[in-house]
Design a protein. Structure first.
Length: 212
C-alpha cells in the first residue's frame, strides 16, 4: 500500500508541470482571442481619416474665380418670361453668340466688354465683376412700335440687365480662361416713346454658353 501511494504521488508530481503548461497556453490563447476584435475594429480608422473629398471642389471654385472671361461663346437660351412681347413666348429656345473682351492685360478683369446678338440686332455693354467669377452689366436697345398708321423705328426703349457666372475654366495656351458660363437677361419694363398708349410689356431669359 505504501509503495502504491508513493507511485501515485510520483505520477502526480510528474504530471503537474504538463498541466500547468496546458493551463498557461490556454490563458494565452484566450488573451489572443479577446484582443483580436479590438485590433480588427481599430484597423479601418486610419483609412477613413485619409479621405479629403472637399479638396477637388475647393480647387475647382478657385480656378473658375481666377478664370479670364474672354472670347466668343455659343449661347443656348430659353425665354422664361414674355409679357406682351411680339414674337416671343415662354419656353422658346434661342441661339446667340456672345463675345467678351477683357480690359486688363492678364487674369480676371474688373470690367469686361460684351457684344451680344439678339433676334434683330446686337448690343454692346460693359460688365463689372462683383465677385470672383460673377459679372453684371446694364444696357438698352430700341424696337420699332406702331402708332396709328406710322411705325416709329425707336418707338420703344428696352432697358435690360445681364448677369454672367463662370461655371468652368480651361487652360488655353497657359492662360486660365472661362470654358462655360451661365447667364441671365432681365427686362423689367419697356418704355413707350410714341404718342400712342401702349400695353405694358417685359421679358426675361436664361442662357448657357460654351467657348468656341
Amino acid at each position: 500500500m505504501r509503495r502504491r501511494a508513493r507511485l501515485i504521488a510520483t505520477a502526480t508530481l510528474a504530471l503537474t508541470p504538463v498541466a500547468l503548461t496546458a493551463v498557461a497556453l490556454t490563458a494565452v490563447a484566450l488573451t489572443a482571442v479577446a484582443l483580436t476584435p479590438a485590433v480588427a475594429t481599430a484597423a479601418p480608422a486610419p483609412a477613413q481619416t485619409a479621405h479629403t473629398p472637399q479638396t477637388p471642389r475647393t480647387a475647382r471654385s478657385a480656378q473658375t474665380g481666377a478664370a479670364r472671361l474672354q472670347g466668343s461663346f455659343r449661347m443656348t437660351g430659353r425665354v422664361t418670361t414674355a409679357f406682351n412681347v411680339r414674337g416671343e413666348h415662354v419656353g422658346q429656345r434661342v441661339a446667340r453668340l456672345w463675345t467678351f473682351t477683357s480690359t486688363c492685360p492678364s487674369g480676371p478683369c474688373q470690367t469686361v466688354g460684351l457684344l451680344r446678338t439678339r433676334g434683330k440686332g446686337s448690343d454692346s455693354l460693359t460688365l463689372h465683376q462683383n465677385a470672383p467669377g460673377y459679372y453684371v452689366g446694364n444696357g438698352s436697345f430700341y424696337v420699332p412700335l406702331r402708332c396709328g398708321s406710322r411705325i416709329y423705328g425707336r418707338g420703344e426703349l428696352v432697358p435690360f440687365r445681364i448677369v454672367v457666372h463662370v461655371t468652368s475654366a480651361i487652360d488655353q495656351n497657359g492662360v486660365v480662361v472661362a470654358g462655360t458660363i451661365n447667364a441671365s437677361y432681365l427686362n423689367r419694363q419697356r418704355v413707350n416713346l410714341t404718342p400712342c398708349v401702349a400695353l405694358k410689356s417685359h421679358d426675361a431669359a436664361t442662357y448657357h454658353g460654351q467657348l468656341t
